[in-house]
Design a protein around this ligand. Structure first.
Ligand code: HEC
Ligand code: HEC
Ligand code: HEC
Ligand code: HEC
Ligand code: HEC
Ligand code: HEC
Ligand code: HEC
Ligand code: HEC
Ligand code: HEC
Ligand code: HEC
Length: 347
């Protein structure tokens, strides 16, 4: 419904006066859980795109009149989180409270006239009329991801989040709230045991990989994705926690780092020449089974490559060098050797 009625000049003026008073009192919002401690503190960190006049007068109290304990969505669990630590002046609840994230009760209005026309999410709604929306997050939000994330980044654009810009998740338009759950005492993505399920919502292929017979023990809660990946971005395209793939592996498998007296070049170059990082149908996370694994690079000529062969090594008998440990029956030090006579990686 469009109203074309002219607004007399005095009304905006009057509103302006009223709202100026509102701002100067907004900080005195009665805090919903631990009264008094936030008293007198002026609201802070209003995003530049909206003018502060649109924030509701009583902070969270305005919202929880309707979003109360009985409401379907568990709004109240946020009071058990770091965001609700009013003693910490950086937190939402020390400032604009709910609206620090959800924006003003009137959504994204550039001017007061617009706001007036649109009505307010926190206000009364006439029967049959739709309540004006307020910024929501994650899957239920109809706002662009960038708008949502900006609300979080006004406080979180610190050292830990510098790499966010240009990272796979930022470019892939993943919202902070796609991974983080805010209205809960324990954010699942910050917990080793529950984190993988959050990632699997989008990374189904990886889920399948971790269910393969040989795997990194993510499925058993001993590791999580964060052991190797930095979700907020890093220098590497695959979001690894260290500047190179091998450095990432060495954080736990330090024994493979070397330097070795006799290096095996592929091992010091890139572990994934032979291993998959998540899971494999072959033992020891191998990409292929030996001898095929080795013969991608090493010739079969002049050396036993097939079980039950007499060809190649002198005195080789058909007992099958390549059974069981295959090439590693003899070349056991496949990651490099420190033995003086380990040149053929056999000891
Ligand atoms: C730190 C940011 C933040 C603060 C502060 C915050 N919220 Fe939220 N809110 C979110 C996010 C993110 C979601 C999306 C779902 C989720 O992550 O839990 C959400 C979801 C909601 C929803 C659910 C909407 C739906 O889809 O059903 C309601 C209602 C809500 N918040 C109300 C409030 C109220 C009331 C307060 C103050 C008591 C508040 N929020 C404070 C970030 C915040
Ligand atoms: C007068 C009651 C009332 C007040 C006050 C109120 N809400 Fe709502 N809110 C609702 C209702 C009802 C819905 C469900 C929307 C619908 O079904 O149209 C809702 C939905 C929401 C949603 C989901 C997104 C959307 O727009 O549908 C969020 C987020 C939310 N409210 C946050 C807040 C915050 C933050 C405040 C305080 C600034 C607040 N609400 C104040 C009644 C209220
Ligand atoms: C008004 C500032 C502010 C806003 C807005 C804000 N946060 Fe926070 N957030 C904080 C502060 C302060 C902490 C506590 C940091 C600490 O303890 O070091 C925090 C903590 C967190 C944590 C860590 C929680 C934990 O238990 O360790 C996560 C995750 C988080 N915020 C995500 C978000 C997301 C997602 C949004 C947007 C929906 C958001 N924040 C919006 C200020 C804010
Ligand atoms: C792909 C999932 C994902 C996305 C998207 C994501 N996070 Fe996180 N976040 C995590 C994980 C996992 C952790 C735990 C620590 C880690 O692995 O780096 C975390 C930790 C945090 C923390 C607490 C520790 C710290 O680094 O200070 C804050 C705050 C935080 N995230 C805020 C945000 C904000 C703000 C955004 C959006 C710009 C965001 N996150 C987007 C997964 C995500
Ligand atoms: C909402 C969906 C979503 C969630 C949840 C999510 N991701 Fe992603 N992830 C993406 C998108 C989109 C990309 C961009 C690249 C692409 O299209 O695969 C991406 C890229 C990545 C990449 C880089 C892949 C590449 O090809 O460069 C890694 C690693 C990754 N995510 C890990 C994680 C981890 C770890 C988590 C959980 C903490 C997680 N993701 C949660 C959607 C998601
Ligand atoms: C042991 C370390 C490790 C763990 C744990 C791990 N990853 Fe990875 N992941 C890697 C490495 C290394 C790569 C890069 C592989 C490459 O470049 O060939 C990778 C690549 C990826 C990619 C990109 C795949 C592609 O095809 O481009 C995604 C997505 C991903 N990981 C998601 C996850 C998720 C989700 C989890 C947790 C459930 C997880 N990873 C746990 C090491 C790990
Ligand atoms: C956060 C620590 C951590 C990181 C980082 C890590 N791993 Fe592991 N890795 C483990 C654990 C734990 C096991 C399981 C050991 C066990 O079951 O005895 C394991 C096992 C393995 C195995 C043997 C699997 C088997 O079934 O015998 C291989 C191969 C392996 N990792 C390779 C890698 C590679 C390659 C990387 C780098 C992409 C890497 N790991 C990064 C912790 C890690
Ligand atoms: C040339 C192929 C190849 C490369 C490259 C390689 N590995 Fe391996 N790795 C193997 C083979 C083959 C096995 C199985 C050994 C066996 O069964 O005796 C193995 C086993 C492992 C194991 C489990 C047994 C053990 O020795 O602890 C770990 C852990 C491991 N590799 C880590 C790594 C890491 C980390 C890298 C990168 C620095 C790497 N590998 C590079 C071939 C390779
Ligand atoms: C990605 C390629 C690649 C794979 C896969 C590979 N190697 Fe190698 N390997 C090399 C290279 C390169 C050298 C160094 C050759 C040189 O110095 O002339 C080497 C050297 C060796 C040597 C010492 C050779 C010498 O002349 O001193 C042995 C033994 C060896 N590899 C065994 C194996 C075994 C066993 C496997 C399987 C588990 C394997 N390699 C898999 C590339 C590979
Ligand atoms: C029965 C033990 C045994 C098995 C099994 C074995 N090798 Fe060897 N390998 C040797 C010996 C001994 C040498 C050293 C030969 C020499 O110095 O002339 C050697 C040398 C090599 C060399 C160095 C190049 C050369 O000819 O001197 C490579 C590469 C190699 N082996 C790869 C493999 C691969 C790949 C497999 C699996 C298909 C394999 N080996 C299986 C015993 C074995």
């Amino acid at each position: 419904m469009k109203k074309t009625r002219r607004v007399p000049l005095s009304i905006p003026l009057l509103l302006w006066c009223l709202l100026t008073i509102v701002i100067s009192h907004a900080g005195q919002a009665a805090p919903p859980v631990e009264p008094a401690s936030a008293g007198g503190k002026a609201p802070k960190t209003a995003p530049a795109s909206v003018s502060a006049v649109e924030y509701s007068q009583k902070g969270a109290d305005t919202c929880i009149k309707c979003h109360d304990v009985d409401s379907e969505y568990p709004v109240f669990d946020i009071f058990k989180t770091k965001h609700a630590m009013k003693a910490d002046s950086r937190t939402p609840f020390a400032g604009l409270q709910c609206e620090a994230c959800h924006g003003p009760g009137v959504k994204g209005m550039a001017s007061m006239e617009e706001a007036q026309k649109a009505g307010s999410h926190v206000g009364k709604v006439r029967p049959g009329e739709k309540r004006p929306p307020i910024l929501n997050f994650g899957v239920k939000s109809d706002e662009p991801v960038e708008t949502q994330n900006r609300m979080c980044l006004q406080c979180h654009e610190d050292d830990n989040h510098i790499a966010w810009w240009g990272s796979a998740h930022e470019k892939g338009e993943v919202a902070c709230a796609n991974c983080h759950t805010i209205h809960t005492a324990h954010d699942p993505v910050l917990d080793k045991v529950t984190q993988p399920e959050v990632c699997y919502k989008c990374h189904l292929k990886e889920r399948a990989e971790f269910f393969k017979p040989s795997n990194h023990p993510v499925r058993f809660g001993q590791m999580d994705c964060s052991d190797c990946h930095a979700s907020h971005g890093t220098g590497t395209s695959t979001l690894l926690i260290r500047p190179t793939l091998n450095e990432t592996c060495y954080t736990c498998h330090a024994d493979k780092r070397g330097p070795f007296l006799w290096e095996h070049p592929p091992a010091s170059e890139d572990c994934t020449l032979c291993h998959t990082p998540h899971g494999s149908i072959h033992p020891a996370l191998l990409t292929k089974r030996p001898p095929l694994l080795c013969q991608q690079c090493h010739s079969q000529i002049g050396h036993p490559s097939v079980a039950f062969t007499t060809q190649g090594l002198p005195n080789a008998n058909p007992s099958g060098f390549l059974l069981a440990g295959s090439c590693m029956n003899c070349h056991s030090q496949v990651h490099g050797s420190n033995h003086p006579s380990g040149v053929k990686l056999m000891r």
